[in-house]
Design a protein around this ligand. Structure first.
Ligand code: MG
Length: 357
């Protein structure tokens, strides 16, 4: 099988409401949806959803990079994943979103060609992932009301964004804990808002309300600070923005700068690199969460859920982006059962069907 062309379509879907994190506000899902065409008539689909606040990438830039890959990839067998990845890495540095889109489409083709769902190709540990749901930054009252509604709907883990001021964050976490009761897990994400010493102090106070974990307390580049927080915090610490690829993961693991790690396909460039990150973590006894960008649609979420379901060391999922969309741009892929369970269909590839017209 050979790649004959790569088409890119830019898709924009408004979120049901603006989503605020400590770094800024997100109002739309914007992604480049690729279809990789082959000489055998099979088409693979993938998505690159640039999150400019996190990765610095834009939709037009992502589209340009995918177009730049096209000329080098034509004639290549899309199921030769190592070769595809090598070609992309030589053509462009970084560019996780563009690489993730093509990587996803090639895994879709590998599944279609072999007749297996991607979650089975990746290990087949199970065929579903249970996700948390995230509450964006707002007043404590509004955040508590949203958290309560999610728990009543069936979610058992609330991820809440924090990182404005200590008094506000404390009020937020207190209000959410009081609204959801003791049995619900609360994980918090500061998106780099704190200094290391500040983080240790704040986490101790916030843990009065029993936190499951804290995501990215300090600036992404402050690895010494992250290590300090991990060594001094009673609550487990998870990296997000501090780890884009396997090299970052190795550095964090060597220093024992984290307790857990959050993989996102849009940061690392797709499933192939994500498997390497997970292998490093698993070898060190560090569990992984599979996260997503707020900009992703059901294509990216399906790919991430497939990897998470397939892999035993990926024990947590923060794959809630599609719940915030006013519309799903694409038919097929994962479906939701019992509110929080993302189930992978028993069809070859990811089970994508095509655009909603
Ligand atoms: Mg995060």
């Amino acid at each position: 099988m050979k790649i004959t062309g790569i088409n890119v379509r830019q898709v924009e879907v408004p979120l049901k409401e603006p989503f605020r994190i400590s770094l800024g506000v997100i109002t739309h899902s914007r992604s480049a949806i690729v279809s990789v065409e082959t000489d055998e008539g099979l088409v693979g689909y993938g998505e690159g959803a640039p999150a400019i606040l996190i990765t610095g990438e834009s939709l037009s830039g992502t589209t340009d990079v995918i177009k730049a890959f096209e000329k080098d990839l034509i004639g290549t067998d899309p199921t030769d994943l190592e070769k595809v990845y090598w070609i992309m890495d030589r053509a462009a540095a970084h560019s996780g979103c563009a690489k993730a889109a093509v990587d996803m489409a090639c895994y879709d083709l590998l599944g279609k060609k072999s007749g297996l769902p991607v979650y089975k190709l990746l290990g087949g540990h199970q065929n579903f992932m249970e996700t948390d749901i995230t509450v964006g930054i707002d007043t404590p009252e509004i955040m508590a009301a949203k958290a309560k509604k999610h728990v009543e709907a069936g979610f058992d883990t609330i991820k809440t964004k924090v990182g404005t001021s200590f008094a506000e964050d404390l009020a937020r976490v207190k209000a959410i804990r009081e609204a959801v009761g003791d049995d619900v897990k609360i994980r918090i994400d500061a998106n780099q808002a704190w200094s290391a010493k500040e983080a240790v102090r704040l986490i101790e106070r916030l843990n009065e309300y029993n936190l499951e974990l804290v995501e990215q307390p300090v600036a992404y580049h402050d690895i010494a600070g992250l290590e300090y927080v991990t060594k001094h915090s009673i609550v487990p610490i998870m990296s997000d923005e501090s780890c884009f690829n396997a090299k970052d993961a190795l550095r964090l693991v060597e220093r024992r700068a984290i307790d857990y790690l959050n993989i996102k396909l849009m940061k690392c460039g797709g499933i192939r690199e994500a498997l390497k990150i997970n292998a490093i973590c698993e070898s060190a006894g560090i569990e992984v969460m599979l996260g997503c960008m707020a900009e992703e649609s059901n294509l990216g979420i399906t790919a991430a859920a497939s990897l998470g379901a397939a892999t035993k060391n990926i024990t947590r999922a923060d794959l809630d982006a599609t719940f915030s969309l006013t519309d799903l741009p694409f038919k097929g892929g994962m479906y939701v059962e019992d509110t929080k369970k993302l189930v992978l269909p028993e069809v070859p590839g990811f089970g994508f069907i095509g655009f909603e017209e």
